[in-house]
Design a protein around this ligand. Sequence first.
Ligand SMILES: Nc1ncnc2c1ncn2[C@@H]1O[C@H](COP(=O)(O)OP(=O)(O)OP(=O)(O)O)[C@@H](O)[C@H]1O
Ligand SMILES: [Mg+2]
Length: 311
Amino acid sequence: MSRIMFFGGKGGVGKTTSSAAYAFHCADQGLKTLLVSTDPAHSLGDIFEQKIGATIKELNPCLHVLEIDPEQESQKYINDIKDNMKKVVSPVIIEEIEKQLDAAYVSPGAEEAAIFDRLVDIITQYSEEYDKIVFDTAPTGHTLRLLSLPELLGGWLDSLLAKREKALSLKSMMDLGNKNKHEYLLNDPIIGILNRRKTNLERARSILIDQKLLNFVFVMNPERLVIEETKKAVRVLEKYSIPVNSIVVNKLLPDNLQDDFWKQRKALESSYLQEIEQAFAGKNIVKIPLLNADVRAADLARIAPFFAEVG
Ligand SMILES: Nc1ncnc2c1ncn2[C@@H]1O[C@H](COP(=O)(O)OP(=O)(O)OP(=O)(O)O)[C@@H](O)[C@H]1O
Ligand SMILES: [Mg+2]
């Protein structure tokens, strides 16, 4: 049984609904569960019909929820980097770097980096306390960029570390033997910060690829474009060795339809389902019916049992 579950998929397919129903199921089994939304358009609050924010809210003794605010995290992340950079690089280029960082703040990717930092914090901070941590993610593109970050940021941190070490070597040479280079490196606060970030990232990477700890659930609908996008996304995750154990096919039409139009839609759906079962053979395929209205907290109990298969 994996303890950390990510729910991903194309926009609007039912990620928030599915992650909430799954968390509901886990809590119902007596597992202490933390449901976390990382989506800029938070809809956990809509489902549970109450305001959920950046501090953990207890919906019941086993079900706790949290929403990460990407805007706020992103601003904090960039400020942290700026502060660190100021200590690392010469003042001459600080202004240039600040400009670049401000541009980075509004560019795609910065928000993901910030959310990622927070995810790692949450996983390291809470994985002892909770039996399950369930993440509701933003639509696929964001998530894929997010999950590829440990590799990208790893290289960037290495280059910052190398720069700092070089600067310190020069400093120790000027220090006429009072302290050796080793002492400089050991006592340097910036090397400390960078190393901690690096350790954090390495830990994140090892969490992401640890099948026993983490698993990814893709939510989809039986529709042409969604099937194609999901196939691609699963391939990308598997390329990064991130395990995907379940596919949720959401919004399935009822069986006993009379009207010709709906019968045709149902036949098409059946052929898509076959294709899905072939394309994702070996994974749990969880089928969720289309309800007659939007899913609210009171409906979660109805669809939660379907998620038993996810594990
Ligand atoms: N099985 C279902 N039956 C009926 N309505 C559903 C079902 N699943 C989801 N919905 C409705 O579809 C809409 C989208 O669902 P949801 O918010 O869970 O999708 P999402 O993938 O999280 O979307 P986004 O990409 O915007 O975050 C919501 O209004 C939700 O109530
Ligand atoms: Mg959502």
